[in-house]
Design a protein around this ligand. Sequence first.
Ligand code: ADP
Length: 265
Amino acid sequence: TTWRVTASPVPLSGGTGVLLTFEDVTAVEEAGQIRRDFVANVSHELRTPLTALLGFVETLRGPARDDAAARDRFLGIMEREAGRMARLVEDLLSLSRVEENERMRPTDPVRLSDLVSDAVETMRLMADEAELAIELHLPERGVTVPGDEGQLRQVFSNLLENAIKYGRGGGRIELRLTEPAFEPRLRVQGVRLSVRDHGEGIASHHIARLTERFYRVDAHRSRQVGGTGLGLAIVKHIVNRHRGRLRVESAPGKGSEFTVILPSD
Ligand code: ADP
């Protein structure tokens, strides 16, 4: 606990006394620390691709000037690094938009079943490239929940994208959407949307921290597959805004299951 102690003089009959006030500022200190860490992380994440870009510009101006093959290769790397920065900025903007109105629960009717099928179509190519089949288990009747369509789409694409990125070698990904039923964890009617992969899995001590900004189990690997380290932080905030829950189950070497539980009325 951090205390802020303030001393102020108080006139007393026999002279001057001192009044000490103790204020618990632990939360304030922690918020400050979190903000400083965040700024340091963002700066670091931006600096890495920027340094690479500047380095290659230099090389293209100098030694590689007349080497067409090298130029092509370097331009390819520069494009990738610029893409990484663009993704990071997009994710930062999403995160701040969601945080800004986290208290307001969105209530537009969102057809989850359609959203899931759409996202699968969008991601099909990426899954094919990773040699992963996508198994879709949807209830017969369409499922609708109150929410923000764009944000729920983002939750689902982030989870699916992770399953593809980290589920390599697992052969398949299973997606499941349940019909509305009483949801004990929410104490209201709710639906479950789960994404299961059979990839590398996550050791249990990492699980509680996965939704922290920039937390990665293996930073090198995350960068290699084009991750920003913000995907699950965004998921968590969107799910909170919808008054839902995120559940993660995983076993190293066996795979992971991410389940979003959303109130359906
Ligand atoms: P990233 O952009 O790095 O993928 P996320 O916030 O989406 O960031 O995920 C945080 C970290 O959680 C990842 O770097 C990865 O280590 C781990 N992770 C997320 N999804 C999975 C998964 N399906 N299987 C294994 N690890 C995962």
